[in-house]
Design a protein. Structure first.
Length: 191
């Protein structure tokens, strides 16, 4: 269900004025299509839903600053950008975790590698300490010990769905945390 362009202009004006009913109409008209775009690219329902919800929260929060000509185009481009940002943050975190694993297995041997590994280890440990104990444990078993969901579930006496929940939660947090670590580390190197 899409909104006709003349109605779209009215809804945008009402949205800018803080009309919650206009926001709900926009939400109902576009939520599923925006979700589909995210899901098609990510193939992860939970993350696609989260990015979609975040987009609509931002739409409401920034409603007074909106200047889109076409609401549908604005939403579709915004979700594509959110997906790209999410994928990029995953790649950054995954590079750190791969480096961590490589060093742990003994394939990084220079002094510079050792220093970088120690810094990374401290960053990972500091990030993990901010998570609940069970979430930390699931993360460590999955990402640092390379255990599968089924093995973790059996070991911790949890359902695989619960393991998936803890892993999604920990990965989301660690990606953000390590991205911030990378920015700070890069700034310190450049100074």
């Amino acid at each position: 269900m899409f909104v006709a362009s003349d109605k779209e202009e009215e809804l945008l004006k009402a949205l800018k004025d803080g009309d919650e009913e206009a926001f709900l109409k926009i939400y109902e008209a576009y939520w599923y299509k925006v979700f589909q775009i995210a899901y098609k690219r990510l193939r992860d329902k939970d993350i696609a839903e989260e990015l979609t919800q975040d987009l609509f929260l931002k739409l409401w929060d920034r409603r007074q600053d909106l200047k889109p000509h076409k609401l549908a185009n604005y939403l579709f481009v915004s979700i594509k950008n959110s997906v790209i940002d999410h994928i990029h943050s995953c790649l950054v975190a995954d590079k750190y975790l791969d480096y961590y694993k490589a060093y742990k297995e003994g394939s990084c041997q220079t002094t510079q590698d050792t220093i970088a590994f120690d810094d990374l280890s401290m960053a990972i440990e500091a990030g993990l300490l901010r998570l609940p104990a069970k979430t930390q444990e699931v993360f460590k078993l999955s990402r640092l010990n390379s255990w599968g969901h089924d093995k973790i579930a059996e070991h911790l006496h949890l359902s695989e769905k619960t393991v998936g929940y803890h892993l999604t939660k920990s990965l989301k947090f660690m990606r953000t945390y390590l991205r911030e670590y990378l920015l700070v580390a890069t700034l310190l190197v450049l100074l």
